[in-house]
Design a protein around this ligand. Structure first.
Ligand code: F6P
Length: 320
């Protein structure tokens, strides 16, 4: 490859900027021309493509969001849209594309590679729901945001001897809930991957209070349902507790990326560039046991990521 482009797509995540920076600076270091595509696949179809130089990615490693902006694009889901995208890239002499995003973004890259464009996917999502990587870019920061919020909630919940229900993001994946739950000492963590019994949840909460706990934190992954609904179920079983519900929402997608996310993004961005230069294509970059890995995008999008059951059981053991 001689000319490559980079885009961010789907829901943004903290560390996407660090990944863009790594792609641009590594690409230039290895003698490539590097282009940015504004607004994901939508920008590709609109030919919203511009050359990037070393300075264009200055002062962004610490910023949340994405300077390339992101969009969800219906037209690109059609074959005509994908062909148009490949034609736009060819017309600009771009033969390699690095896509930073989640599952849907990977599928787009996979389609483009079938139309002759060399592609690499980088896992950019707070959800940590991509298989063949231990971590996605943004996940660590999102978990920190949740833990920080729970710390604050604990103060007031403990003063009033209340229980707090915190609804967190993650789409169909419970990783944000699990990691933030263990780190914040939550009494209960509800994730879509593990079935639970609401009677037991309510009983545990009651017995916690009876055994001297002054507050109780329940983390609910959005894949399980709404925090408000969990509150109603608990109220129906123990009316005296009146849990308070906090929906953290998009706050989890903002803020300065943690050093972990910045470093992960930097390693993966550079790795993707080097692998494109080596002639690889249609691959997803990941990190497994601290080793950078390449996996066929097809396999990645068709494999469900799993939850760490040892960690889940540990959280239960420590929450008594
Ligand atoms: O995939 C990231 C994510 O933040 C999910 O956790 C959440 O379900 C979804 O995106 C929210 O999407 P939107 O930003 O379109 O409301």
């Amino acid at each position: 490859v001689k000319r490559i482009a980079v885009l961010t797509s789907g829901g943004d995540s903290q560390g996407m900027n660090a990944a863009v920076r790594a792609v641009v600076r590594s690409g230039l270091y290895y003698g490539l021309e590097v282009f940015g595509i504004q607004r994901g696949y939508q920008g590709l179809l609109n030919n919203d493509i511009f050359p990037m130089d070393l300075r264009s990615v200055g002062d962004i490693i610490q910023r949340g969001g994405t300077i390339l902006q992101s969009a969800r694009c219906k037209e690109f889901m059609t074959l005509e849209g994908q062909q148009k995208g490949a034609d736009v890239l060819r017309s600009r002499g771009i033969d390699g594309l690095i896509v930073i995003g989640g599952d849907g973004s990977y599928q787009g890259a996979n389609k483009l590679s079938k139309l002759g464009i060399k592609t690499m996917g980088l896992p950019g999502t707070i959800d940590n729901d991509i298989s063949f990587t231990d971590y996605t870019i943004g996940f660590d920061t999102a978990v920190s945001v949740v833990v920080d919020a729970v710390n604050k909630l604990r103060d007031t919940m403990s003063s009033h001897e209340r229980s707090s229900i915190v609804e967190v993001m993650g789409r169909h994946c419970g990783d944000i809930a699990l990691h933030a739950g263990l780190a914040s000492g939550a009494e209960t963590i509800l994730v879509p991957e593990v079935p639970f019994d609401m009677d037991e949840v309510a009983q545990r909460m009651q017995s916690n209070f009876e055994h001297g706990k002054r507050h109780s934190i329940i983390i609910v992954a959005e894949g399980v349902g709404k925090g408000e609904d969990v509150a109603k179920e608990i109220m129906a079983r123990c009316p005296s507790y009146e849990p308070r519900v906090t929906v953290l929402g998009h706050i989890q997608r903002g803020g300065t990326p943690t050093p972990f996310d910045r470093n992960l993004a930097s390693k993966l961005g550079d790795f993707a560039v080097r692998k494109l230069i080596e002639g690889e294509s249609d691959k997803a970059c990941g990190i497994i046991n601290n080793q950078l890995t390449l996996t066929d995008i097809d396999l990645v999008v068709n494999t469900k990521s799993s939850i760490d059951m040892d960690m889940y059981e540990l959280a239960i053991r420590l929450s008594q």
